[in-house]
Every structure is written in structure tokens, then in C-alpha cells.
Ligand binder design. Structure first.
Ligand code: SAM
Ligand code: SF4
Length: 438
């Protein structure tokens, strides 16, 4: 049987990285990756459950596989968080799906696929994930390598399906993390992105692993030019993490710290475990210790019961903090979650209007903040080719920079000449040699 594999991924960076793991285990089993569905013998859809829209997008793509199935034999597996939560019901609802996989147990995927293909059977394999698997990854990005440090989440924010879709938080052995970082460096990575749903709770389930600050310092000691991490939770933010960020040259000056709402009443209903004042205190402490740190966030608008007054508090928070960028979504009730039992009472038109108001406000703030960079020199790590020519990369504070000149994988000083709400643009002044590396 031919073994050409195509993977499509929806959702967060954890999902993107899990797809790198799916590609890793499957290529080890003899599969070849292809970048078109119509070239594939096996198709994997690694789906997201965080919002209703994300779930529907996956269902919307199944038709394309049905079309291929009509022409020739193609095996379709649908899974990830989507498979973990929806399980067997996916087989019933979509006859085109041959098997459902979960958010863990990916090491046994090749065996599962062989069984499905040999026996033409339909299978569900979604055991509750309880460990962190050590599997190979086919990295989609040469310059920046994603490395998992925690899996799952035990926070149970009232709106969020992640604890159900990914199981309880598990911290990964630091030695294994460091081995993976060293491996990524050897393969040419210039940056490592440490991943987890709540990275700053690292080690809280395994005190013998040490805390997040210790881990950050050890990863930085490998000498990789840049270390990033996401996502941090305000409840678990401690001063030692900020101290390590302030004192370690290769830790990036970016803190993605989802606030979700600017109303204490809504934060309590969401079970977030902090107040607006505490959040502002963390931002102040970060800015005092790390000059120029870029704080970014996630927000949910129109959580059940959110009044115009609650929303006004969120708008005020955005004005006060002046985030570098935000990711904002309309509240979407999710199965199993606590808030799904409460009426989703903000009308759809109101949800849309609040979303638009936040986005417009943030566009103005981001433009004003980015314009302050014009005339300055920033260090940029180039990650890809820009559509407009030149290269696109990230400043140390995670701002997107498009530059004339530069080469992918290069660290360069760029003089900023232009700004938009989306980022900065400029010209390369001095390509920097990346020193101190093997
Ligand atoms: N662990 C991170 C944290 O605590 O902020 C975020 C992980 S979650 C997968 C990513 C983002 O999706 C959240 O920050 C939240 O803004 C959004 N999200 C999660 N559940 C949602 C829901 N039911 N409706 C709308 N947005 C949601
Ligand atoms: Fe979801 Fe909250 Fe966990 Fe983030 S911390 S993954 S929002 S439950």
C-alpha cells in the first residue's frame, strides 16, 4: 500500500506542534509527507474544539476528502482535541471518517492506520492522555523550534474545554526538554518556543522538576540565540520568572498573558483566580524589570452575563495596559464546560459589535505603539520570505518586522522606517553573526 500522508491542522500552537509529532511518528513508519490532499493516501485532520467555529471548520473540510474517496482509496483520520471530545459520534455523523484519534497516544498511530487500511475497519482510539509522549517531530519551521514543556491543563476556567480535551496538566522531565532543545540547535534552530497551556505552572505537579524560572534559565544556558514561551497564566505569575527574563540576554522580551476580561465580576465567573488589580500589578512589575517588554493578551467578549458596564471595564483595561497585540474572540459555549450550563445570553449582534469595538480600539493602540519604533534599530530574527520581497521576522519583543535585505535564519539589526497596526518595516543595517554556538 502506498504511504503518502497529508495533515491539516486547526487551532493553537500546541496543536501545530502535535501535528509535527504526528508527522514524526508516521514518517518513522515509512510514510512520506505530501502538501496536497489530492496526492495523499492517508489524510489526518488534527482538529480544534476551543470554539464552535473551529470545530465547524474541520467538518467543512470533510467534503473535500469525500470527493477524493469517490475517485480513489483514501483513508481519513480525524482527531486531536476534536477527536478526544467527540469520539465515536464522529464516525456516526460522518461516514467518510475511517478512524478517530485523540489528543494523546500518537506513538501508536501507525499501527492504528495499518489496521484500518488492512481490515477496512472503522476505529476510535481516544484514551485519556495521562503522560507526555516522547515522539520524534518533523519540524515545520527551520528557524524556530517548538518544544513542549507541559501538556494538558488543570485550571478548569469555566468556559474552556482544554482540561477535558487534553487531560490534567503534566510537566515534562527537564532533562528530556533540554535534550530536545539541544537536538533542535543541532538541526539549525535559532529560537526555541517553549509550549504549554500554562507554562508558568511548570513543575507544580512535579516539585522535583523545579519551577518554570529554573527551567527557563537552563534552556537559556544552552546558548540558543532566542528563547520564547507561551502561554503564561496571571494566577501563576511569579517574580522569579520576571527576574530571569530581565537578567538573561537570550530570553525574549515578550509576555503573552491572557487576561480574558477587564471586569472582576466576569473574571470570578470565569474562575480565573485573579482580579484586574492583580493583573495590572503583574504588568507593572514586568515593565519595571524588563524595559520595553511587549505584553500581549487573549480576551473573550460577551461571556454569559457580561453587561455593557463589564464590557466598558474591558475597554478601559485595554486603554490602560496598551497591549502590543491581542487575540479576541466572541464567547462560544463548549460541551462539558461549566459555563455551557448557563444561558449564552448576549445577543449575537451585540457580541459582534463588542468584538468590533475592541478590535478598532486595539488597532489604534497598536499603530500608536508601533509608530514609536520609527527611527529606532531593532534586532530581528528572520523566519521567512515576505510577500512584498525581503524577509519577515520577529523583533526580540515578538513584533513582526518586514525588512528589505536579510536572509532566513539570520539575526540582523534593522532600522525601522515604517509602522502599521500589524507590525514594523525597515532595512537591514548589520547582519549579526550568531556567536557562541556549536
Ligand atoms: N491557557 C491559556 C490561558 O489560560 O489563557 C489559553 C488557552 S485557550 C486554548 C486559548 C484562548 O481561547 C483563550 O485564552 C480564550 O481567550 C479562548 N477561548 C477558550 N475557550 C473559549 C470559549 N469557550 N469561547 C471563546 N473563546 C475561548
Ligand atoms: Fe483553558 Fe483556563 Fe487552562 Fe487556559 S488555563 S487552557 S483557558 S482551562
Amino acid at each position: 500500500m502506498r504511504k503518502r500522508l497529508y495533515i491539516e491542522t486547526w487551532g493553537c500552537q500546541m496543536n501545530l506542534h502535535q501535528s509535527e509529532g504526528l508527522a514524526g511518528v508516521m514518517t518513522r513508519a515509512g510514510y512520506t509527507m505530501v502538501d496536497r490532499l489530492d496526492f495523499a493516501d492517508v489524510v489526518l485532520f488534527n482538529g480544534c474544539m476551543v470554539r464552535q467555529k473551529a470545530e465547524e471548520k474541520v467538518y467543512g473540510r470533510i467534503g473535500a476528502v469525500v470527493e477524493e474517496k469517490r475517485k480513489r482509496g483514501v483513508t481519513l483520520g480525524v482527531g486531536g482535541c476534536l477527536g478526544q471530545v467527540r469520539g465515536e459520534s464522529l464516525l456516526k455523523r460522518f461516514p467518510a471518517i475511517d478512524f478517530v484519534f485523540g489528543s494523546g497516544g500518537h506513538g501508536s498511530l501507525p499501527g492504528l492506520v495499518s489496521r484500518v487500511r488492512d481490515e477496512s475497519s472503522r476505529v476510535v482510539a481516544c484514551g485519556q492522555p495521562t503522560t507526555i509522549e516522547e515522539i520524534p517531530h518533523v519540524r515545520s519551521h527551520r528557524v524556530s523550534a517548538m518544544v513542549t514543556i507541559t501538556e494538558g491543563c488543570s485550571n478548569f476556567c469555566s468556559y474552556c474545554i482544554v482540561p477535558y480535551a487534553r487531560g490534567p496538566m503534566r510537566s515534562r522531565d527537564p532533562e528530556s526538554i533540554l535534550r530536545e532543545v539541544e537536538g533542535a540547535i543541532e538541526s539549525g534552530a535559532e529560537e526555541v518556543l517553549l509550549l504549554g497551556q500554562n507554562v508558568n505552572a511548570y513543575g507544580s505537579d512535579r516539585p522535583e522538576f523545579g519551577g518554570f524560572a529554573t527551567l527557563l534559565a537552563r534552556v537559556a544556558e544552552t546558548g540558543i540565540p532566542r528563547v520564547r514561551f507561551t502561554t503564561s497564566h496571571p494566577r501563576d505569575m511569579t517574580g522569579d520568572v520576571l527576574d530571569v527574563m530581565a537578567s538573561t540576554a537570550n530570553l525574549c522580551h515578550h509576555l503573552h498573558l491572557p487576561v480574558q476580561s477587564g471586569s472582576d465580576r466576569i473574571l470570578a465567573a470565569m474562575n480565573r483566580g485573579y482580579t484586574v488589580e492583580r493583573y495590572l500589578e503583574i504588568v507593572r512589575a514586568a515593565r519595571e524589570r524588563i524595559a520595553g517588554i511587549n505584553v500581549t493578551t487573549d480576551l473573550i467578549v460577551a461571556y454569559p452575563g457580561e453587561t455593557e458596564a463589564d464590557f466598558a471595564e474591558t475597554m478601559r483595561l485595554i486603554e490602560d495596559v496598551r497591549f502590543g497585540s491581542i487575540f479576541v474572540a466572541k464567547y462560544s459555549p463548549r460541551p462539558l464546560t461549566r459555563s455551557a450550563r448557563v444561558e449564552d445570553d448576549v445577543p449575537e449582534s451585540e457580541k459582534g459589535e463588542r468584538l468590533e469595538r475592541i478590535l478598532a480600539c486595539q488597532r489604534r493602540i497598536a499603530l500608536e505603539e508601533n509608530e514609536r519604533f520609527i527611527g529606532r534599530e531593532v534586532e530581528v530574527l528572520f523566519e521567512g520570505a515576505a510577500r512584498s520581497g525581503g524577509c519577515v521576522g520577529r523583533a526580540k519583543d515578538h513584533r513582526t518586522v518586514v525588512a528589505r535585505g536579510g536572509a532566513i535564519g539570520e539575526l540582523a539589526t534593522v532600522r525601522i522606517e515604517g509602522a502599521s497596526a500589524a507590525g514594523l518595516s525597515g532595512s537591514v543595517l548589520v547582519p549579526q553573526r550568531i556567536e557562541g554556538r556549536r
